[in-house]
Ligand binder design. Structure first.
Ligand code: FES
Length: 362
């Protein structure tokens, strides 16, 4: 299947009739960066707000023993694209890995983004690389911000964070207060010392008595999902972010609670639902069986550890591959109909029918 021609950047996002500077820079970056890494690589997509393809680490600080927060600024000190609470930024790491992190600073700060990264021993290596390599002064290729966890601004909200899951919810709490919403933030974790941004949640709690609750396993026992949800006013929306067991427990308990909407943000790949076994055929002729309960990305990574990925949830686009033949069961939230028709597939979530074979350009 022939590749489509390289896209022309859309007009400037501020309305001028000229190519957008950020997208043009991003295209230049990818044309240089991809061949250098020698891997099947991320193809960035347009951000929501325009501008920099590269930011500088202006400050790094530990906000918990294993969580480093980075302040990223434009190399020329200029303003950055606007973002909304819940937005993410994609970071290109020195190894060529891409990772997606929630923005956790102040959306009104137009001169810097803040992300926070928990070190995951034995993880995919991205968090260790951020902790080890991204020192003050480092240049970091970025794409975004993008918003895959939008804050819908219902009048009553319960924000439930597990550990590092506080990152998208901190700006949401500030936004809820700014908008005069009826909000509550619950931050859970193993111990108080392990909770990132404990000083900022303490400040929020002092300023807004009764709106911030901190629960730790050490002092309060393991959080009970039904009890957490019972803190929501009737008819409220619940936003939660944290480890998979917490999110799964909240989802199971949600129908019996008083809230009416549940929005959540995962850190890990969701379980495969209604998966059927199928086969991947690679350029070198290898055929890789994908079991019903595993993703195509997992199988590709087992065969080729350099296979690129980031969110593993079908929204960042990093794991995109071109399908040369076969019918894809698209399950992502990213690709347009035109991209799907052109043969693109996000292998972290998308699959094929029972017994089918997908021939990949990989
Ligand atoms: S890894 Fe993000 S879309 Fe697949």
């Amino acid at each position: 299947m022939p590749r489509p021609p390289r896209p022309t950047p859309p007009p400037d996002l501020f309305g001028e009739d000229r190519p957008d500077r950020f997208l043009t820079g991003l295209q230049r970056f990818t044309s240089l960066y991809v061949p250098l890494t020698g891997r099947k690589r991320y193809r960035p997509r347009p951000p929501e707000g325009g501008r920099p393809a590269e930011l500088t680490v202006a400050r790094r600080e530990y906000v918990a023993p294993d969580v480093v927060a980075l302040r990223l600024v434009a190399p020329d000190g200029g303003t950055l694209p606007r973002w909304q609470p819940g937005a993410h930024l994609d970071l290109g790491l020195p190894s060529g890995r891409r990772r997606t992190y929630s923005l956790c600073g102040d959306p009104a700060d137009r001169y810097g983004y803040r992300v926070a990264v928990r070190l995951i021993p034995g993880g995919g290596g991205g968090s260790a690389e951020v902790h080890r390599e991204l020192t003050e002064g480092s240049r970091v290729p970025v794409a975004g911000p993008r918003n895959a966890f939008p804050f819908a601004r219902e009048r009553r909200v319960l924000l439930v964070a597990g550990g590092i899951g506080i990152t998208p919810l901190l700006p949401m709490a500030h936004e809820a207060e700014r908008r005069g919403l009826d909000w509550t933030l619950v931050h859970t974790g193993r111990t108080r010392a392990s909770l990132p941004f404990a000083d900022e949640t303490a400040t929020l709690a002092r300023r807004h008595p009764g709106r911030v609750v901190v629960l730790t396993d050490e002092e309060d026992g393991r959080p009970d999902a039904a009890a957490l949800l019972a803190r929501a006013p009737r008819g409220a929306a619940v936003y939660c972010c944290g480890p998979a067991p917490l999110l799964d427990a909240l989802r199971r308990a949600f129908p019996a609670g008083p809230a009416t909407a549940l929005h959540f943000e995962r850190f890990t790949a969701p379980p495969v639902v209604d998966g059927k076994p199928f086969t991947l055929r690679l350029r070198d002729g290898r055929e890789l069986p994908v079991p019903a309960d595993r993703s195509a990305l997992d199988v590709l990574r087992a065969a080729d550890p350099a296979t690129a990925y980031s969110c593993r949830q079908g929204f960042c686009g990093v794991c995109r591959v071109r399908v040369l033949s076969g019918t894809v069961d698209h399950r992502d939230r990213r690709l347009t109909e035109a991209e799907r028709a052109a043969g693109d597939m996000l292998v972290c979530v998308s699959r094929a029918d029972d017994g089918a074979c997908l021939e990949l350009d990989h």
